[in-house]
Design a protein around this ligand. Structure first.
Ligand code: HPA
Ligand code: ZN
Length: 341
C-alpha cells in the first residue's frame, strides 16, 4: 500500500522511545517458537488464538497474560532475539534512541539469572548501536505488587551490573501500591547515582503522581494522564517541565480512556507539559511507536508542528547527554524545514 504523506513524514522524523517494556515486545510468533524450543506449554492452541486473547478489561487483565508470555524467555539467546526484533522495528520506524524497561523480578522469580536476561538484552542493544547507530539506556523496573523488601533485594542484585543501568522504575499493578511503598528503595538507588522514573496516574490517582515526585524524586512520570484531575498538579508538571511518557494505544487497550478521540494528550500539550508518545507493550497493544504517533495524529488532528514538538520532547525528556540532545533537536529542526520545503 502507498505510504501516506503523514506516515512518510513521521517515519523520517527522528524519535526517541522512553516507555517500552522489553517483555511487552514479545510477538505471539516468537512466543510459540520459544515455547517449542523449551518444551513450555502455552495455554493457547495457536498464534492466532493467543493474539485473539489480547482483549483486556483493565491493567491487571493485561498483566496476567503478559507474565504468562514472559515465561517462555529462558536463556540468553531468547532475550537477545526478543530485543533484536524490537530494534529491527526501531530501525524501520525512525526510532534513533531507546530507553527500555526491564523487569528483573519476572525472570529471577522463575530461576532465570539476572546476568542471563540483562546480558542478552544488552548484547542486542550494543549490536544495534554499532550497526544502526541506535543509542540506548536500560531502566530496571520493580514490580510494585511485590514487597519493598523484594525490590530492595533486586536492587542489590542489579548493583552488580551498575554500569549497565541508567535508572530505576516502578511498574505492574498500580492501584493499592503507591510510590511511597518504595521510597527507601529509590533512596538507595539515588545514592548509587541511578536516575528514577515511575508509572503513576495510569490507573492510580493523582496523589500517586505527587508521591512519585516528592518521595521517589523521579525525572519522568510514566503515563501520568490522570494528572488532569488535579489542576494544581498540572501547573506543577508544566512549571517543572516534568516529562510524561504517554502511551496512546495502551491507554485505549487498557480502558484508561474510552476511545482514542477522547485522549487528553493535546490538552496536556496545550497546557505546556512535556508530553512524549510511546508504545508501552507494542505486541499486546496493537502498534509500535510509529503506529502510536499515527493513531494519535489522526484522532486529535495533530499538526506537523505538534508532531515535531512531540519528537523534540522525546529527546528533551531522555537521559541522553546535553550534547546528544542538542544534536538531535537540531536534526529534527533541519528535517522539519526540509520536509515542509
Ligand atoms: N503499567 C504497569 N505495568 C506495566 C505496564 C503498564 O502499562 N506495562 C508493563 N507493565
Ligand atoms: Zn508501562
Amino acid at each position: 500500500m502507498q505510504e501516506t504523506r503523514i506516515e512518510k513524514f513521521l517515519r523520517g522524523l527522528p524519535k526517541a522511545e522512553l516507555h517500552l517494556h522489553i517483555e511487552g515486545t514479545l510477538e505471539p510468533e516468537l512466543a510459540f517458537e520459544l515455547a517449542l524450543k523449551h518444551g513450555v506449554r502455552l495455554p493457547y492452541a495457536s498464534v492466532d488464538e493467543l493474539r485473539h486473547a489480547y482483549q483486556f478489561a483493565n491493567l491487571q487483565d493485561f498483566l496476567d497474560i503478559y507474565y504468562t508470555g514472559a515465561d517462555v524467555l529462558r536463556d540468553e539467546e531468547d532475550f537477545h532475539a526478543l530485543t533484536e526484533a524490537y530494534l529491527r522495528k526501531c530501525r524501520e520506524q525512525g526510532v534513533v534512541h531507546v530507553e527500555i524497561f526491564f523487569d528483573p523480578q519476572s525472570h529471577t522469580a522463575r530461576g532465570v539469572a539476572l546476568a542471563t536476561a540483562l546480558g542478552g538484552i544488552r548484547r542486542a542493544l550494543l549490536e544495534a548501536e554499532r550497526r544502526d547507530g541506535i543509542t540506548f539506556r536500560i531502566i530496571v523496573c520493580f514490580l510494585r505488587h511485590l514487597s519493598a523488601d523484594d525490590a530492595m533485594r533486586t536492587l542489590e542484585e542489579v548493583l552488580a551490573f551498575r554500569d549497565w543501568v541508567t535508572a530505576v522504575g516502578l511498574d505492574s499493578s498500580e492501584a493499592g501500591h503507591p510510590p511511597s511503598k518504595f521510597a527507601a528503595v529509590f533512596d538507595r538507588a539515588r545514592r548509587e547515582g541511578l536516575l528514577a522514573v515511575a508509572h503513576a496516574g495510569e490507573e492510580g490517582p493523582p496523589a500517586y503522581i505527587w508521591e512519585a515526585l516528592d518521595l521517589l524524586h523521579v525525572q519522568r512520570i510514566d503515563h501520568g494522564v490522570r494528572c488532569e484531575e488535579d489542576p494544581p498538579l498540572v501547573l506543577r508538571l508544566a512549571r517543572e517541565r516534568m516529562p510524561l511518557t504517554v502511551c496512546p494505544l495502551s491507554n485505549v487497550k487498557l480502558n484508561v480512556i474510552d476511545r482514542i478521540e477522547a485522549h487528553n494528550l493535546k490538552r496536556l500539550l496545550d497546557q505546556g507539559l512535556c508530553v512524549t508518545v510511546n508504545s508501552d507493550d507494542p505486541s499486546y497493544f496493537g502498534g509500535y511507536l510509529l503506529e502510536n504517533y499515527l493513531a494519535i495524529q489522526a484522532a486529535l488532528d495533530l499538526t506537523d508542528a505538534d508532531l515535531v514538538g512531540l519528537a523534540r520532547n522525546s529527546f528533551e525528556a531522555s537521559f541522553l547527554t546535553p550534547a546528544d540532545k542538542a544534536r538531535w533537536l537540531a536534526a529534527i529542526d533541519t528535517y522539519a524545514l526540509s520536509a515542509n520545503a
